[in-house]
Design a protein around this ligand. Structure first.
Ligand SMILES: O=C(O)CCC(=O)C(=O)O
Length: 275
C-alpha cells in the first residue's frame, strides 16, 4: 500500500475496526469497510422510493442549473451547467428527503459503522449531465471540509444505474486507514492525487448504495451517455463532530464549528432505537 502525504492537520489518525454486533451490515461487509474503505449495499432502496427521491430532487436540480447558467462559463467550483450539477442541503427544504435520511436504513448503518449518536452531516444530489466532459477528481470527502473525528460515513445512493460509461464511482481501496491526505484546490475541486495505481470501479444498479468512509479516496469519470447519471449522497457523522476552519497550508486550524445545524444536521428519531 503506497503511503500518501498526510493532510497537515492529520497528525495522529488511527482507524478503529468495526466489531459489531451489527444491525444491517454483514460481517463480510464490515470487514470490507475496514479493509477497503467501502462496500456495496445492494437493493437497499425500492423502486417507489427511488421515484419519489427523483421527483423531490428535480426542482432543486433545475434551480442549480439556472444558477450555473447565469455564471461566467456556466461554472461554479466543481459544478458546471453541462458537466455536473450539485444541489446541497435538500433535507432543509424537502420533508420527503428528510424522512428518507431519518430512516431505519441509515440509523442501522450508523449504528454499525459509526456507533453512538449520529447526525446527518451533509446531503446533496449529484447529477452528471449527459455527455458531460469533466471528471470528479480523486479526493476524500474529509479533504473538502476537515471534520473531526475524521472518519464519518458517506452513502452514495444510486438513483439510476451507475456504469463505467456514465461515471460510476471509482475508489482506491485501503488508503482510508491513513486518515486525511493532503489535498490541493483546483478549478475542478479538491484533489489528493492524479491517476493512482489500483483503482476499483464500482458500477451499481439503481437502488444500491456505495457505502464509503469519508476517508476513502474516490473519483468519478466522464458521462459518455446521453442520459443523466443521478446520485443522492447522504453523510452521517458522530454527534459532536466539528468542522475545523483555517488554511491547512498556513498552520493549525484557527477555529471550529460544531456540526449541529438544527435545520439539516439532525439526530435520528428516537423510534429507531439507541445507536
Ligand atoms: O457523484 C459523483 O459524481 C461524485 C460525487 C462525489 O465524489 C462526492 O460528492 O464526494
Amino acid at each position: 500500500m503506497p503511503t500518501f502525504v498526510p493532510h497537515p492537520w492529520n497528525t495522529d489518525f488511527n482507524w478503529d475496526d468495526h466489531v459489531g454486533p451489527f444491525r444491517r451490515v454483514t460481517q463480510e461487509q464490515a470487514a470490507a469497510f475496514d479493509r477497503d474503505g467501502f462496500f456495496v449495499l445492494e437493493n437497499a432502496v425500492d423502486a417507489e422510493t427511488l421515484a419519489r427521491l427523483e421527483t423531490e430532487i428535480e426542482p432543486f436540480d433545475l434551480e442549480v442549473l439556472e444558477f450555473l447558467a447565469a455564471r461566467p462559463n456556466g461554472r461554479f467550483s466543481i459544478a458546471g451547467v453541462d458537466t455536473v450539477s450539485i444541489a446541497i442541503h435538500l433535507v432543509a427544504r424537502s420533508e420527503a428527503l428528510r424522512d428518507f435520511c431519518d430512516s431505519q436504513l441509515f440509523a442501522d448503518l450508523c449504528h454499525d459503522l459509526i456507533g453512538g449518536e449520529s447526525r446527518l452531516y451533509w446531503d446533496q444530489a449529484v447529477y452528471k449531465r449527459a455527455n458531460g466532459a469533466e471528471s470528479v477528481l480523486w479526493h476524500q470527502d474529509n479533504g473538502y471540509t476537515y471534520v473531526e473525528p475524521q472518519a464519518y460515513l458517506t452513502c452514495w445512493v444510486a438513483l439510476n444505474d451507475a456504469t463505467d460509461q456514465n461515471g460510476c464511482i471509482q475508489v482506491l481501496p485501503g488508503v482510508h486507514r491513513q486518515g486525511t491526505l493532503a489535498h490541493h484546490n483546483t478549478p475542478l475541486g479538491f484533489e489528493c492525487f492524479i491517476d493512482p495505481e489500483g483503482p476499483v470501479s464500482v458500477p451499481v444498479k439503481a437502488g444500491s448504495i456505495v457505502v464509503l468512509s469519508s476517508l476513502t479516496p474516490h473519483a468519478t469519470g466522464l458521462n459518455y451517455t446521453d442520459q443523466l447519471r443521478k446520485a443522492y449522497i447522504v453523510q452521517f457523522a458522530p454527534d459532536g463532530a466539528i468542522a475545523l476552519r483555517g488554511d491547512p497550508d498556513n498552520g493549525p486550524a484557527v477555529g471550529s464549528e460544531l456540526q449541529n445545524n438544527p435545520d439539516r444536521q439532525f439526530l435520528f428519531s428516537a423510534r429507531f432505537g439507541p445507536l
